[in-house]
Design a protein around this ligand. Structure first.
Ligand code: AQP
Length: 338
């Protein structure tokens, strides 16, 4: 995908993670690993989407701690605040403001069709309106910054399509306003599945103990989770007939190692499942070790995380405000006479 912008301007990238649950290797391989790669070539805004997290009840003290933990992990995986902007969604009120404006152009049927809404609503006794509006807020996050590229995991593809539909509808009602954002998926690792259930995606909200490897899991916990991962009754790896559990483990290995398909086949074809799991576990442990070390360093630096988040919010505020002014003007909302 090639974007032609004037004067050597870099295309803008936006993406976010909810500060709910523990960040897992699916989040890393599906999104954050790509974020790190993109920061040198794009103008990147990486956001902790706390307003999204509260679409499901969060214990306030835990949410506060999770926001800082997630910011620390962004930095630990290699996001450089000198190159990319790291910020918290609720520190820029324009996210919520634009979400309301977009809500007003979004047919409710579009939202009721979202598979993530249907799945999450099924787990709640009372379904809050925020859960239904979640994808409109996500559209607002992206459109607020006129982002051209959105690096996400495969589970967000439908929400990105909806974002484009909302942008198109707004543009056709009120005139060209929003840039159409493109989805950017990794070639390997776009959908990491649960270790306990390789038919469903690895998710922060699952409470099953062997479901996900968290980025901060110690080596012995990682080893135990991977050794217990669900596979099948075949004797060994056969690339021409992979069951979902083994495919998922190999996918995790390949996404961490960046090995080619040929290298994967040469290394794993015919290998017993026990040995395969051991090699996958050691690859995950070795890949997470420098991230965990850097995380401890980042947390040990007093005030560093808060400084990064404050500077991030200050950096994006002018972009957010200029989009809000434009949208208000397009919609005929009141703006002060200059
Ligand atoms: N399993 C996954 N494989 C690849 N990418 C994934 N992402 C999430 N799960 C996978 C990507 O990670 C980014 C952050 O998404 P999120 O904060 O919504 O994380 P989550 O694990 O999906 O969190 P929840 O709370 O458990 O949400 P649900 O239950 O809705 O999935 C995104 O880019 C996402 O694509």
């Amino acid at each position: 995908m090639v974007f032609c912008l004037p004067n050597g301007m870099k295309p803008r990238v936006f993406s976010g993670v909810q500060p709910s649950g523990d960040l897992h290797i699916g989040n890393y391989l599906g999104a954050l690993k790509n974020w790190v790669k993109m920061q040198a070539d794009y103008e990147c805004i990486y956001c902790i989407v706390d307003l999204h997290a509260v679409t499901i009840y969060q214990i306030p003290s835990e949410l506060r701690a999770k926001i800082r933990e997630l910011a620390g992990l962004f930095l630990a995986v290699g996001i450089d605040p000198k190159q990319a902007t790291v910020m918290v969604q609720s520190s820029v009120p324009a996210h919520a403001e634009l979400a309301w404006m977009l809500t007003c152009v979004t047919p409710v049927g579009w939202l009721q069709r979202m598979t993530q809404y249907k799945a999450k609503a099924a787990t709640q006794e009372t379904v809050g309106d925020g859960l239904l509006q979640y994808p409109v807020l996500m559209a607002a996050d992206i459109l607020l910054y006129q982002a051209q590229i959105v690096p996400v995991g495969d589970d967000q593809t439908q929400h990105l399509e909806l974002t484009r539909d909302i942008a198109q509808r707004f543009n056709s009602l009120y005139g060209e306003t929003f840039v159409m954002p493109q989805t950017h998926l990794p070639l390997v690792g776009a959908r990491i599945m649960g270790l306990d259930d390789p038919e469903s995606k690895m998710s922060k909200s699952s409470s099953a103990p062997g479901h996900a490897v968290a980025l901060l899991d110690p080596p012995d916990v990682i080893r135990k989770k991977i050794m217990r991962a669900t596979t099948d009754s075949r004797p060994a790896v056969n690339f021409d007939d992979l069951g979902p559990g083994v495919r998922n483990l190999l996918n995790i290995f390949q996404a961490f190692s960046d090995w080619s398909d040929a290298e994967m086949r040469a290394h794993f074809e015919g290998l017993g499942y026990g040995e395969t799991k051991k090699r996958v576990a050691e690859m995950v442990i070795a890949s997470l070790e420098p991230i965990q070390r850097r995380y401890r360093e980042v947390c040990a630096e007093p005030g560093y995380i808060d400084r990064v988040l404050r500077e991030g919010a200050e950096r994006v505020l002018p972009i957010a405000n200029s989009t809000i002014e434009l949208v208000k003007e397009r919609m005929g909302l009141y703006t002060f006479a200059s």
